[in-house]
Design a protein. Sequence first.
Length: 110
Amino acid sequence: MSDIATVASGSREQIEKTWARGVQTGAAINAEKFDYKAHDPAYEFGGRGGEIQNSNSVAFTLGKAMGLDLSAALREAGMTRTFSGWDRDLLDPKYKRYVAPPAFPVTNAP
């Protein structure tokens, strides 16, 4: 697999500051204890993808917090439709998070 794009460059100090924002954001995401949904049929059938969060949502949120335009890199590579869960900032207070439905045990099976 080849690289899609270079999304950050600079001095060691600049990159370390950018990385530190990512580490801090990663901790904030983990503290929220999101339910993740790997498979999204709505997205696969051409929809927006519902209100889900997955690893792509995490990557988008990290990129945004780090000041990286990851969406531009995907657009330039022609890959915007490749990633379900993209364009979801998990830490945006207006984001309506996906919550997995409760599991109902079958109690009356023959």
